[in-house]
Design a protein around this ligand. Sequence first.
Ligand code: UT7
Length: 329
Amino acid sequence: MNKIHAAITAVNGYVPDYIMTNKELETIVETSDEWIISRTGIKERRVLRGEGLGTSDMAVEAVNGLLKKRGIGAEEIELIIFCTTTPDYPFPASANILADKIGAKNAWGYDLQAACSGFIFGLSTGAQFIETGKHKKVLVVGGDKMSSIINYQDRTTCIIFGDGCGAVLLEPNEEGLGVQDSILRSDGSGKNYLGQKAGGSARPASAETVANNEHVVHQDGKAVFKFAVTNMADVAAEIMERNQLTSDTVTWLVPHQANKRIIDATASRMGLDSGKVMINIERYGNTTNGTIPLCLWEWESKLKKGDNLILAAFGGGFTWGSVYLKWAY
Ligand code: UT7
C-alpha cells in the first residue's frame, strides 16, 4: 500500500466587511499612511464589528463555504483543530463552539495556541491524524479577531493587526501529494517580547489589570522583528535544503503576513522572486492565525496539482516553523 499523505482538498476564507484604512488610523493615533506602508507594507485591515461576535463567527462563514465547495456535510468532519489566539472564551474551546454552530455532530475538536505560527502547527498536527489512518476528514481552522485585544491608542501595535479567518480540509492522499515535511520550533524565553500580560492563571483579570491595559497585545517590535526575520528565513531555507528543493522547484512561498520586510527577507534567502510569493498584507494586515489560510484561499485559482508550496511563520512565544506540501488539486 502507498504511504498516506495528508492533502489539502479544499480551502476557504472569510474577512469581515469593515475596512479600517491607514487614513482612519491617522485620526486615532499619531501615525501616517506613508510610515505604515513603508515600515510594514500594510494599507488597510478588516475589523469584525457587531455585539457578541467572536472568532468562531468568522470561522462559521469560512467553514460553511468550504463544505459547500467540497460538497460534503458538516457531519462528515471527524476532527476540528481551531488555531487561534483570540478564542471566543478562555473555555470552552472555540472548536466546540464552531462544531455546534455548523452542525459537526460527529467531530471532536480542540483549540491550538501558538500565536502567529498556530496554523502551521495545526496543519502539521492535523496531518498526523490522517497519516496514521485515524481520521479521513480533518478541518484545520486558523483565525483571529485581533481587534478584540488591540489597544487602539498604541500606535506600535494597532497599525499591524486585523481580523480574518481561513480553513482547510485535510484528507488522505495516496498519490504522494499533500504535507511532505515540517519543521516546528518554540522558544519560551521570547515570552516577554510579545504577548498579553494578564487574563491567564498567573495574573487573572482584575480591576487593576483592566485599568493598566494588561489585556491587550504588548510587543517590543524591534526585538520581535530581529528574531522573526532570521528565524523565519532560516527555517524556510532549512526545509528547502533537506527536501532537495531549489528556487526553481519551489512554486510558491506562503509566508505569515507580519511585515512585508520580513516576507521579502525570507523570499530573498530562498532565492525566490516576488512572483512566487503570496502577499496580501497590504489589504488585511496581520490576522495572526488567519494569514496563511487566507493566502491559500486567495491564490487557490492559481494553484496546480503537484505545485511545491513552502509555508513559513513566526509568532509570539516565540514560535516558528515551516511546512512543505504538494498541492493536491
Ligand atoms: O506576527 C507576529 C510577529 N510580529 C512581528 O513579526 C512584528 C515585528 N516587528 C515589526 O514589524 C516592526 O518592528 C514594527 C512594524 C512593529 C515597527 O517598525 P520598526 O521599523 O521596527 O520601528 P521602530 O519600532 O524601530 O520605531 C521607529 C520609530 C520610533 O520613533 P523614534 O524612537 O525613532 O523617534 C517609533 O516611536 O517609529 C516610531 N513609530 C511610529 N511612527 C509613526 C512607531 N510606530 C509608529 C507609527 N507611526 N505607527
